[in-house]
Design a protein around this ligand. Structure first.
Ligand code: NAP
Length: 240
């Protein structure tokens, strides 16, 4: 890929990590296409933005349009992710989290993989989370979507690397964006640092990258605690 051909599609580019990553790549003279639910604040000669909800029936069509205008896709960074403000007992919003965080990510891969494996090149980066290691009672759909996304990306990554296609699963700890609303945010990193990590991932193409490392180590311990909690939770009395 000569410098004139470096192009990336960032899905979820109007805010947060996706927006910071678009800025990072544009500063290195990449061409960047962005797809997001909202318009982008970015105004740059090498940036093209499309407003589209990844959960809408138009999404695949938009991917096709972006790919045609870009002369094919080399690198796709899937930065879309949502949580649910409603607790699961309210019975609303949970399935939407799975559809956006997992379903749409898989549909994006389904769109690029046949072309990439035929061509023998391409790189897909999905933003999972260290929350994939935890049981989160008030974030059930979020942690479930992330453990499924991590498992899917890494499994497909093991499958398609034989065609020269790379898939990277990036598991961030807390990043300072509108999504990180928890009162306690240990090891919080600024959004530009997250963008730099993604830039490294684009170059190094790892199957998995967990960042920051200290947070990843803490997540490993938390995972043990989380599993023990489930294993030691007594059955609920009152069964018939
Ligand atoms: N921030 C953290 O602490 C953290 C930690 C670990 C992992 N992550 C993961 O990193 C990714 C990016 O998170 P972030 O913190 O950058 O979140 P963010 O600031 O909320 O940005 C998410 C981006 O996705 C877009 N988006 C959301 N739903 C969409 C939909 N249905 N269709 C199209 N675009 C949609 C948003 O558009 P709008 O501008 O319309 O909102 C925004 O551009 C997510 O997958 C998240 O789970 C974040």
């Amino acid at each position: 890929m000569g410098s004139t051909h470096r192009h990336a599609l960032i899905v979820g580019s109007s805010d947060g990590i996706g927006l910071a990553t678009a800025r990072q790549l544009l500063s290195e003279r990449w061409r960047v296409s962005g797809i997001s639910r909202s318009p982008s604040p970015l105004k740059h000669g090498s940036y093209e933005h499309s407003v589209c909800d990844v959960n809408s029936p138009q999404y695949e069509q938009e991917l096709r349009r972006v790919a045609e205008r870009a002369g094919g896709l080399d690198c796709v960074v899937y930065c879309v992710g949502i949580g649910n403000d409603c607790p699961p007992e309210r019975g609303t919003g949970e399935s939407a989290v799975i559809d956006v965080n997992l379903g749409a990510a898989i549909r994006t891969l389904e769109f690029v993989l046949p072309v990439w494996t035929e061509r023998g090149s391409g790189h897909f980066i999905g933003l999972s989370s260290l929350a994939d290691a935890l049981h989160l009672p008030d974030g059930a759909s979020y942690c479930a979507s992330k453990i499924a996304l991590s498992r899917y990306l890494e499994s497909v990554g093991l499958q398609v690397r034989r065609y020269g296609v790379a898939i990277s699963n990036v598991r961030f700890g807390f990043v300072d964006t509108k999504m990180a609303r928890s009162d306690v945010k240990p090891f919080l990193i600024p959004v530009d640092e997250a963008a730099r990590v993604l830039r490294e991932v684009i170059s190094e193409r790892p199957l998995r990258r967990s960042y920051p490392r200290r947070a990843a180590a803490a997540a490993l311990l938390a995972e043990v605690w989380s599993r023990l909690r489930v294993l030691t939770t007594r059955p609920l009395s009152g069964g018939r």
